[in-house]
Design a protein around this ligand. Structure first.
Ligand code: FES
Ligand code: FES
Length: 213
């Protein structure tokens, strides 16, 4: 009779095996890619022209630069915030050609000729946009880090509802969409507020929607 099989696996053995497999895989992938494409390295930088807040801005960026970093690091427009840098928090929301996007998920080189609007272009302390004023009036922030993204999204949420674009919570797709708490909450769900100012943010957006009806 054969001896019982020992299924116990020592942690060190597992880690060593996993590392070796990963290294082998990486080497193989690199080799295969080089063989199959025969690609040569392209230019590492690109010059793009963006219209930012109505002003034409030309900049030369590393091709890997996100739109968010181009705005913050190249153009010193630091109102657009970097929260997660992974498309999960909405702090980096700005508008491109009139649509809200997460600028951390988009490369600057993809936006040559595009119109970008950041929080700086929406209003200034002495001449605030109605949504900015409503956030102030309703205390729609605490630390304020998420606020530029919240305001950018909030303005677009009202436009999107009025344009008849349905959301996950829209009931009747044939009727005019009402600007309800549920619609606003759903459409703002990509903008995270770690301070939890959601109730006040909702109040601010509702006020602007009612005043602009
Ligand atoms: S920084 Fe872009 S979604 Fe968080
Ligand atoms: S106000 Fe602090 S994260 Fe929203």
């Amino acid at each position: 009779m054969s001896p019982p099989i020992d299924f116990s696996l020592r942690r060190r053995t597992l880690l060593a095996g996993t590392a070796a497999a990963a290294a082998f895989s990486a080497v193989n992938r690199g080799g295969a890619a080089a063989q199959s494409t025969g690609a040569t390295a392209g230019p590492e930088t690109t010059t793009v022209t963006l219209s930012v807040n109505g002003e034409e801005r030309e900049l030369t960026v590393d091709n890997r630069t996100t739109l968010l970093d181009a705005l913050r690091e190249h153009l010193q427009l630091t109102g657009t915030k970097k929260g997660c840098d992974h498309g999960q928090c909405g702090a980096c929301t700005c508008t491109v050609n009139g649509e809200r996007i997460n600028s951390c998920l988009s490369l600057a080189v993809m936006h040559d000729g595009d119109e970008v609007e950041t929080i700086e272009g929406i209003g200034q302390p002495e001449s605030m946009d109605p949504m900015q004023a409503a956030f102030v009036e309703h205390d729609g922030f605490q630390c304020g880090y998420c606020t530029p993204g919240q305001i950018q999204s909030a303005r677009k949420v009202i436009e999107e509802i009025r344009a008849g674009i349905p959301s996950h919570v829209t009931g009747d797709l044939t009727a005019e969409i009402a600007i309800t708490d549920a619609e606003i909450r759903e459409r703002m769900s990509g903008n995270i507020c770690r301070c939890g100012a959601y109730a006040n943010i909702l109040a601010a957006i509702t006020q602007v929607a009612e005043e602009s009806a």
